[in-house]
Design a protein around this ligand. Structure first.
Ligand code: FE2
Length: 180
């Protein structure tokens, strides 16, 4: 497997983020936790963006042909929805301070959601994807280039951030807390 293999690249990202989650759990100060959370969320934003822009469309298209549209849709739509939930939580956390009520709980739920998603990708999607007729080296090279671009320029605002901003709760973290 080459270093630009798309699936190997995504798995390496998963390991990096899992490591950050573990460090977060072990961290003893809010300051340390805040730093780790920011790092994990930056990684996650880039990772989900690359998957949604490049990896998922290629896999969905080839899976439609390989296992039929119904099965491919159910597998890929579920992954999309898991990304959506993760991005909603990232958007909410983006409006909060580490000292806010529920901040740590919200990040913990984000990490649990991501770990579940990683398990499904590595257990179901990736093994199916591996059987497809996709040039994963070429795709991986494209993904690596896009990753560098996103690192340099930042990830574009995503729909969930707009949703949270427009809801008004972003202006009042106290309101957000009362919602729970
Ligand atoms: Fe993903």
């Amino acid at each position: 497997m080459s270093t630009t293999d798309a699936i190997a690249m995504l798995k390496a990202d998963h390991r990096a983020v899992k490591e950050l989650f573990e460090q977060f759990e072990k961290a003893e100060t809010k300051r340390e936790k805040a730093k780790l959370a920011t790092q994990a969320m930056t990684e996650l934003k880039i990772h989900t963006q690359i998957e949604e822009e490049l990896f998922y469309p290629a896999v969905r298209k080839a899976l439609n042909k390989a296992i039929g549209k119904a099965e491919a849709t159910s597998l890929m739509d579920e992954a999309d929805e898991e990304h959506h939930v993760a991005k909603l939580l990232i958007a909410e956390l983006g409006t909060m301070k580490a000292s806010d009520d529920h901040w740590e709980a919200k990040f913990t739920v984000l990490s649990e959601n991501v770990l579940h998603h990683v398990k499904e990708e590595e257990g179901e999607m990736f093994p199916q994807a591996r059987k497809l007729d996709i040039d994963y080296d070429a795709l991986g090279a494209e993904m690596a280039a896009r990753k560098e671009e996103l690192k340099a320029e930042g990830v574009p605002t995503f729909a969930e951030q707009t949703l949270i901003a427009e809801s008004g709760i972003a202006d009042s973290p106290a309101e957000m807390t009362r919602m729970h």
